[in-house]
Write a protein that binds this ligand. Structure first.
Ligand code: URA
Ligand code: ZN
Length: 377
């Protein structure tokens, strides 16, 4: 299963390269980078749930500082390598962090995508065999420009796939207009790394949400967003239509492994689907798709969840990740060990206890095989 020499590979690790930080610095709405007199580091404000505290802080210099500190962990490649070395990570497949290029105007997104993807390519070139990347697509642009971007990134030496949010062309990932993009990615052997950003509508968190930090949107909103997006793709028949499409789901698929049985039951008990002839005996189930077209990252922080992920997709389809530079330690030195990493390595080891081939596969062998990390091109 795993090559014992693969070592640890991190497939869920982000950066905002310097030119992206410049874009965020020039903005007045989220995503935004801004300095506040109350804090030494510039602040990175990304999520809808942070808008209120941004507005408060702009009005009142005594107010709580919004967002999170934009430390060197977000944009320095040397810092990424230091982080990898600290945690024994041999290779990383870095990706632009959310919200990618989703907020850019159609007139500017293709050129910015080209620049940022080349910047990633150059960063990887500084550490050959250690760094690879998932490219970002200019999804607000025309189909022709998006397909042009796929063509561009497939030629970049260290590119091993694309990172995608759930908004697609504005109407989600079950939008039929995306089929040519999925087909182009499948033909180019570029897997999609599907990652959340938008969560759920803020109202679901209730009136007291402000008391709970970012726990609800990050712990629950993000995984539900991913689950909904991929289930819509499944129901729309995307996986049958594009049989070669491969998709890696962030945070172990949100809640997909846990809910797959319920999704199946709801499908086979749906009168409308029956009447429309969508329940043929030969239909592929969620379980089939999980085992044939879906990979799951291992960013779930618990052995029980990890076991479920490995059982649902197969231990040969689960891949270690860190989510660096998010979730830094709050009370210990950021240059040292991060618990958000050690929890995940411990969960993998515990979940695969006594099965060292599976441990090695999840820690690095699967990523090396699936993302061709032994190949330079
Ligand atoms: N918060 C984010 O905005 N993105 C991540 O990837 C993780 C936490
Ligand atoms: Zn992430």
């Amino acid at each position: 299963m795993a090559s014992p020499t693969s070592g640890i590979v991190d497939i869920h690790t982000h950066m905002y390269p310097p030119s992206y930080v410049e874009i965020m610095e020039s903005r007045t709405t989220i995503p935004i980078v801004r300095k506040f007199p109350q804090a030494s580091d510039p602040r990175l404000i990304l999520l809808e749930e942070e808008v209120k505290s941004l507005e408060d802080a702009l009005k009142d210099p005594q107010a709580k500082v919004p967002g999170r500190p934009l430390t060197t962990h977000y944009s320095s490649v040397q810092q990424k390598i230091h982080f990898m070395d600290t945690h024994g990570i041999q290779k990383s497949v870095v990706s632009l962090a959310n919200p990618w290029l989703d907020f850019l105007d159609a007139s500017e997104s293709p050129a910015i995508a080209k620049k940022i993807n080349e910047e990633f390519s150059d960063l990887c070139g500084q550490y050959p065999r250690r760094l690879f990347f998932f490219a970002a697509l200019p999804l607000t642009a025309s189909l022709e420009d998006i397909l042009g971007s796929v063509e561009h990134v497939r030629g970049l030496k260290y590119c091993r796939g694309v990172i995608l949010g759930t908004s697609g062309l504005g109407k989600g990932l079950d939008d039929p207009r995306l089929l040519p993009v999925y087909k182009a990615l499948a033909e180019s052997k570029l897997p999609i790394f599907l990652h959340p950003h938008y969560g759920l509508p803020s109202e679901v968190w209730g009136d007291r949400a402000g008391e709970y930090g970012h726990v609800l949107p990050l712990a629950l909103g993000f995984p539900m967003e991913t689950t909904i997006a991929v289930t819509r793709m499944f129901l729309a028949g995307v996986f049958d239509e594009v049989r070669e499409l491969q998709i890696i789901l962030a945070h172990s698929g949100g809640t997909l492994p846990f809910l797959a049985g319920r999704i199946e039951s709801c499908v086979v008990h749906d009168g409308q689907l029956l009447r429309e002839g969508k329940l043929a005996k030969s239909r592929r189930t969620v379980w089939d798709v999980l085992k044939e077209q879906i990979y799951l990252d291992a960013v779930v922080y618990s052995p029980a969840s990890l076991k479920l992920a490995a059982e649902s997709s197969g231990a040969d389809r689960v891949m270690f990740g860190t989510d660096h530079p998010f979730f830094p330690p709050l009370e210990t030195d950021e240059q040292g060990e991060w618990e958000s990493v050690t929890w995940n390595t411990a969960a993998i080891k515990k979940a695969t206890e006594g099965k060292s081939a599976e441990t090695e596969a999840i820690l690095g062998g699967n990523a090396t095989r699936v993302l061709r990390l032994d190949e330079e091109f």
